[in-house]
Design a protein around this ligand. Sequence first.
Ligand code: FPP
Length: 247
Amino acid sequence: MSIKQQIRNDRLPRHIAIIMDGNGRWAKRQGMHRFFGHQRGVEAVHEITEACAELGIEYLTLYAFSIENWNRPQEEVDALMSLLIDTVEKETPTLHKNNVRLLTIGDTSRLPQTAREKFLNCMEYTAGNTGLKLVLALSYSSRWEITEAMRRMAVKVRQGEILPEDITEQTVDSLLTTAGIPDPDLLIRTSGELRISNFLLWQLAYSELYFTGLCWPEFNKEALYEAIVDYQKRERRFGKTSEQINS
Ligand code: FPP
């Protein structure tokens, strides 16, 4: 049985989040410039988005650019921004054709104006699509997101819109940049690093974590299917006992 045939359609993760890592190291190993790795990374984004849409996954969140990534050499930041701009422009018709809706999370006000415009165009163009929701984390970091949520909560309390004793987990959820998006069921990180790197710290509370040594440009459909099959073998207990889950 092929790895794809081993996937159980009744136990698919509703939301897959991916830390796409290892573009630079992969390129260096080929004797190429880091940018070549990012270019090949875009091809992997295309392949994995297509695979998720085909499988019927509801949400795919990709960590495309962290707030910390702004500290990379300016030349690399500029190259990544150009790549994002070119990619969103080129891929918008394909996303639309495949009924994919684009969403973004993060401090997108920090993106260059052209990038902001292109992403906004793509989001508006695909807003009515009912298939896969592709969520790009752009200038995103979890501590930034949580700090912003706390700031907004403090304002609501000060204005008397909410009482401190009425604050619930749902209140916090509603103030995060991911408001309305279900928590990831499965988090995948490529390149062998065993870290979360400031990604969705609140939302990953009960996600299943999957680490692979493959670098992002090497991560293909088969590798995704393997991650899903591994996920489906796990028992998600959410703090309960195994007996409770199985009764
Ligand atoms: C991590 O590799 C990757 C990034 C920081 C950027 C990811 C960007 C892309 C895949 C291209 C554009 C994406 C979209 C959504 C169109 P790294 O540079 O940290 O690699 P390293 O750890 O080997 O240095």
